[in-house]
Design a protein around this ligand. Structure first.
Ligand code: FES
Ligand code: FES
Length: 886
């Protein structure tokens, strides 16, 4: 042990500590300074734990307290508070550089270290200073802008008051900082692992090392005798169905007799400390009897293959989409292209681990006690119901903590089931904070697709027919289905009169696929948009002109036969056209030599929400004339809180500070569906306006200006609004016809890149995105979504791939860093949506749909080589170039 004296945020402290204790633990566990985060397994890979020690930015996860005698430490809490923020914290909030906010404290500390030594850094110097800080949400553009703004504040060139939107600027179409921004910037926003949970047991979970096997024996006898161990939780200890039932009942909370994929939970060990639980876990012995492993969907559907789930066929879905006579139309086409496109399995990479805490509100109430689950769900009411059934406990509530990104994977329950079951079994509060490696192992992934396509056009370059035969690896569990979106968006932005497609989804023993930003559309868009360029090439038509010529028009039908009323794709194309002309001219000067420049386009129309769904929102007039919005509209970083506040303030003519949001607890909110499918603005915003209209009418009829006035007039102060999609109607099982999304977001992206033809390295120079998402409520939030999506889309196109067993941290998973970031430009077209709230719709997923094909089309444009198998790694590019020469 060592005695250490140091200063933390200006306060003197003395500690006696073991020589191995790291600063991160001292700050978070001993001092409760949870603004400092952890987003990797203490490997110096994420930067979320950055603090300042003696004027230098350091990783607190790697800094031993024993080395800090006499040091001066500053954490994000020492910078400022939401009421009195530091200029850097203000700059982050005002620049829209904060989405989920999990990276933000680390970013802010790295920024402080930079600006303390250099108040006018170049972009290169900013990128160098923040090269160890990861952000998954923003694409880094607004972070660079925030640092530049902070530098201007510090240099005294401008003040936050001059930058901050004023009350006279209006409420819609204005970038008011999101309500949660300063709490995230100052480290006071609590993420799940930040909760102090007195008397909690910590969990460590034994996860299967094999993909398909029977569990023949579990020996925990040694572990149970170890110091601090409270006991073991097995499948037989789970009181309910032990099934997390999203669709078919295929996914256990804890596996009982067999495991279905690597990483399946077999048991949990509970101990007084995490270290004790992990030490005990190492002594557990589980014996498996191997079963045949189904490694691919082809193998899954082959004759004689083992059935993975009893009572469920390996073929989960076999759905065609048939419109017109595609084969005949292809035969009669002037030009047809044929290709096979494959996509990879992707981990969606939120920075926060899959943490849950579970506790009893009153410990002594026995079977009636209220079990509280605090976690990272984006659909708390649905997940509450699933947990009640799976765990056999009725009196339960779910609280959504602040969430460090999600991008689709938080539509599934991950750590909540095990944590809740352990709380019931041990009758103790439970903390389950898995490592990054374990989080990667347990979470759902983006599905790999294998697509064989044919696309035809007539001599005038008008599309005639499209065929796409899709085989999709579902992995071990069914979970949320993305196949309807894949099928409903098959024709993209275009009018394709004849279509013949089939999608087969098959169980395998691979990691399970579920929703992932774009939910099945990025894969089909990759195939269609690359085929569009192939066909344009064959016809000798410019790819821009070919897309515009084939745009769907109001009155024409999408692939499902659904006739559209509005289709502003040509306007989006027009917006990007001058940029396209400029890019082609610039690229023309780089067509020879080792490094070649290319320009590529990708387009798409992303449907909002789910067909036939609804949303509900409650609003209540407050005593001071303000309002409170009650709806379980999750905000894992997209800006839902801004949308709810700005719409409410605008409709009610209130200042933003008089709009209060209650969105995170099941017992206080209406169920209003998931934060998925870009649906919250359109659906929940629509239900909000409906509720506000009812409240306004009651206020008008009574003359009341506050809740007391309404009560005195005999009127309720609370009103529930709803919105229902009118596009109900199932997809016809034989033809796939009959349904669609009621609102679409339209976009086109243009990628400019350089390809090193010797090394195969690709440098993305710029991505330009033109998007029409209807009325813009908060431009900064919208462009922030687009920029984050472009960054993620480029990662999908070039480097990201999850391989079980090989991918376990931020080095083995090729996460885009600020060093990889590129120039981005967003062009907003605003075509008011007739059924959208104030004319708006949502954009969170569209932003990544066109990116991968735009990258691949640009590589082809630069080199002549087609990469039809994502990601386009240097090796694949080199092989494709060698094949061209052969
Ligand atoms: S937790 Fe310290 S660098 Fe990731
Ligand atoms: S805002 Fe950076 S990780 Fe979410």
């Amino acid at each position: 042990m060592r005695r250490i004296s140091l200063t933390i945020n200006g306060q003197n402290h003395s500690f006696v500590m073991s020589k191995d204790r790291v600063l991160l633990d001292l700050l978070r566990e001993d001092l409760g300074l949870t603004g400092t985060k952890q987003a990797c397994d203490r490997k110096g890979q994420c930067g979320a734990c950055t603090v300042i020690v003696n004027q230098r930015a350091v990783h607190s996860c790697l800094t031993k307290v024993a080395s800090l005698d006499g040091a001066q430490v500053i954490t994000v809490e020492g910078m400022g508070t939401p009421e009195n923020p530091h200029l850097i914290q203000e700059a982050y909030a005002l620049s829209g550089a904060i989405q989920c906010g999990f990276c933000t404290p680390g970013m802010i500390m790295a920024t402080k270290a930079l600006l303390d030594g250099n108040t006018n850094p170049t972009v290169e110097e900013i990128k160098k200073a923040l090269r160890h800080n990861l952000c998954r949400c923003t694409g880094y553009k607004k972070i660079v802008e925030a640092i530049q703004l902070a530098a201007r504040f510090i240099r005294g060139e401008v003040t936050p008051d001059r930058v901050r939107p004023k009350s006279t600027d209006g409420l819609i179409g204005v970038s008011h900082p999101r309500p949660s921004a300063l709490a995230k910037a100052c480290g006071t926003a609590h993420f799940t692992a930040d909760y102090k949970l007195e008397g909690a047991l910590e969990l460590a979970v034994f996860r299967s090392p094999v993909p398909h096997a029977r569990i023949t024996n579990i020996d925990t006898s040694y572990a149970e005798k170890m110091t601090g161990v409270a006991g073991v939780l097995k499948a037989t200890d789970v009181k309910g169905t032990n099934v997390l039932k999203f669709g078919p009942p295929d996914r256990p909370v804890i596996c009982g007799d067999k495991v279905y994929c690597i990483g399946d939970p077999v048991l949990a060990l509970a101990a007084e400390s995490k270290a004790q639980a992990e030490a005990a876990l190492k002594t557990v012995r589980v014996d498996f009897e191997p079963l045949p492993v189904v490694e691919s969907p082809e193998a899954s559907l082959a004759d004689g293959t083992v059935q993975i789930h009893p009572n469920l066929p390996n073929l989960c879905v076999d759905q065609p989409v048939i419109r017109g006579a595609a084969e005949e139309a292809l035969t009669n086409s002037a030009a047809v292209v044929e290709a096979r496109f494959t996509t990879q399995r992707v981990y969606m990479s939120p920075l926060e681990a899959e943490a849950t805490i579970a506790y009893w509100e009153e410990e002594d109430e026995g079977e009636d006690a209220l079990l509280v689950i605090v976690g990272r769900s984006i659909n708390i009411h649905q997940h509450l119901g699933m947990l009640q059934e799976a765990l056999g406990w009725e009196n339960m509530k779910y609280v959504e903590a602040y969430t460090g990104g999600q991008f689709g994977i938080k539509l599934d329950i991950m750590s909540e089931g095990i944590a809740g079951a352990a709380a019931i079994h041990f009758k103790r509060p439970i903390r389950y904070v898995p490592s990054l490696a374990e989080s990667m192992l347990m979470t759902s992934k983006r599905h790999p697709f294998d697509m064989k396509v044919r696309l035809g056009a007539d001599a005038q370059g008008i599309l005639t027919a499209y065929c796409n035969d899709m085989l999709v690896d579902k992995g071990a569990y069914r979970s949320a289905d993305i196949f309807p979106r894949s099928l409903m968006t098959l024709s993209g932005s275009y009018n394709i009169p004849n279509l013949n497609a089939r999608l087969r989804l098959a169980y395998t023993n691979n990691p399970f696929g579920s929703t992932a930003r774009g939910a099945g559309q990025p894969q089909v868009s990759f195939a269609l948009e690359c085929a569009m360029d192939m066909l344009a090439d064959k016809l000798g038509i410019d790819p821009f002109e070919f897309r515009l010529r084939n745009s769907l028009k109001p009155g024409q039908a999408k692939c499902t036969g659904w006739v559209v009323e509005e289709w502003p794709f040509p306007e989006v194309m027009k917006a990007i056209h001058p940029h396209y002309e400029r890019a082609l001219k610039e690229a023309a000067a780089h067509r020879t030599g080792r490094v070649r420049r290319g320009v590529g386009l990708g387009a798409g129309a992303h449907g909002v929400g789910r067909t036939g769904e609804g949303a509900a929102v409650a609003v209540e007039l407050d005593p001071d004339g303000g309002i409170t919005v009650y709806a379980a509209a999750a905000d894992p970083g997209e800006g839902t809180d801004s949308m709810l506040a700005q719409i409410s303030a605008s409709v009610m003519n209130l200042p933003l500070k008089k709009v209060r949001l209650c969105t995170r607890e099941t017992d206080l909110t209406t169920a209003t569906g998931p934060a998925a499918g870009s649906r919250l603005t359109y659906m929940v915003g629509g239900a909000l306006i409906n509720a506000l209209d009812q409240l306004k009418e009651a206020m008008r009829a009574t003359g009341a200006t506050n809740s007391e006035g309404l009560s005195a007039a005999g009127k309720p102060k609370r009103y529930i609004g709803s919105k229902k999609n009118e596009d109900a109607g199932p997809m016809d099982p034989k033809t796939g016809q009959g349904t669609s999304f009621v609102s679409d977001i339209h976009g086109v992206q243009m990628v400019e890149l350089d390809v090193d033809t010797e090394s195969g390295d690709v440098t993305v120079l710029k991505v330009t995105a033109a998007v029409d998402a209807g009325t813009v409520i908060n431009p900064q939030n919208l462009t922030g979504q687009l920029e984050g999506g472009m960054d993620m889309g480029v990662g999908y196109a070039l480097r990201e791939e999850y391989a079980v067993g090989e991918t376990y941290d931020w080095v083995t998973y090729k996460f885009p860093t600020i060093r990889d970031s590129f120039e981005m430009e967003t062009l907003l077209v605003e075509t008011r949506r007739s059924k959208g709230p104030l004319g708006a719709t949502g954009v969170g997923e569209m932003c990544l749909v066109p990116t991968a094909p735009a990258v691949i089309n640009a590589i082809k444009n630069a080199t002549g080589a087609w990469i039809c198998d994502l990601p386009a790694t240097p090796d694949k590019i080199k092989a494709a170039l060698a094949a061209l020469k052969a």
